[in-house]
Design a protein around this ligand. Sequence first.
Ligand SMILES: Nc1ncnc2c1ncn2[C@@H]1O[C@H](COP(=O)(O)OP(=O)(O)OP(=O)(O)O)[C@@H](O)[C@H]1O
Ligand SMILES: [Mg+2]
Length: 366
Amino acid sequence: MLRIRGLVKRYDRTRADAFAVRDVALDVGAGEFFTLLGPSGCGKTTTLRCVAGLETPDEGEIRIGESVVFSGAQGRVMPVARRDIAMVFQSYAIWPHMTVAANVRFPLEAIGIRGAAAERRVAEALEMVGLGAFRDRPAPLLSGGQQQRVALARAIVKGASLLLLDEPLSNLDARLREQMRVELRDLQRRVGTTFVYVTHDQEEALALSDRVAVMRDGRVVEMGSPHDLYLRPRTAFAARFVGQADLLACTAARPEGGLLLLHTALGPVLSACFPDAPGPRLSLLVRPEHIEFAEEAASGPNLVAGRIARTVFSGRLVEYVVALDSGASLRVQGTSGRLRAEGDAVRLRLPPERCVVVEGLPEDAE
Ligand SMILES: Nc1ncnc2c1ncn2[C@@H]1O[C@H](COP(=O)(O)OP(=O)(O)OP(=O)(O)O)[C@@H](O)[C@H]1O
Ligand SMILES: [Mg+2]
């Protein structure tokens, strides 16, 4: 549905290094919920605006469905209005002097759909976002969440094949944002439209998406399902950006029997999750919730000993910082079922299948 190759965009052409987007390539399948995730300034909005036609790229090719909407090589730029897309922005950009229905009807009028046909589609779109009862309400008399739903209805009413959403939930308060997250996911499933979604919120990206592209400095550094990005990231940057992570520099011996022996500040660690051809700069990722408290008498690989240095109790979960005998420290997540006190001696087991070797040193992920 969307295919991007070699996308380059520079706002400041006088500076050779001022890339907003450099060499981005990605494919989004029909009906997919695809997310661009990354820190502020990494080029998410620029990529989306290039797809929409609101920015003209310097190089590359963008295809939406069967049509090439931009080709640097052929000098082709399709105007925004002719692209089969709709957009939703962070600011709802709904028109305050119009009713809810008039807001949603507006894009239809622009393409010449009027009368009963328009009314039917407006009603359908409002039903989709749960605003059927609000059609005659003046738009400003709605809550933030309802206004954003009007913006969503207005985006889906045309039936465009590609919906581009730039941080649409970031103006909502935390509770509403979580609720809208679920609604957005349901909406996407119901309408079946391809979504390309931009956010810097990793939790939102994981909760919503079929696939996520992690961006940094104008490039896509890693792409995958939420599950793979979280459990088997390939780069130190993605490991740290997606979820909480402790990273430890490590060096690797030769893999043996599906396990890789690592030398780390914790001592030797066996990993069952590592790249086929590990490079020279490697880190070990262990997520706090994957570390187990082991019995005093436990034996086997990947056991380390230390003391609880700090506890942070947040109700359901407890986060411990464990100062290890080796001098290193690890964050470990426990539940309130069995509380441990600061100073307690503990032994920890790092399950080899959750000891993930990623490319890059911890400082590369900063
Ligand atoms: N109109 C512009 N003129 C000049 N530079 C720009 C312009 N828009 C963006 N940039 C620069 O391009 C880079 C990428 O910006 P972009 O807005 O795409 O980032 P982003 O990932 O959407 O960030 P955020 O999460 O803060 O929205 C940044 O360095 C930014 O300063
Ligand atoms: Mg942005």
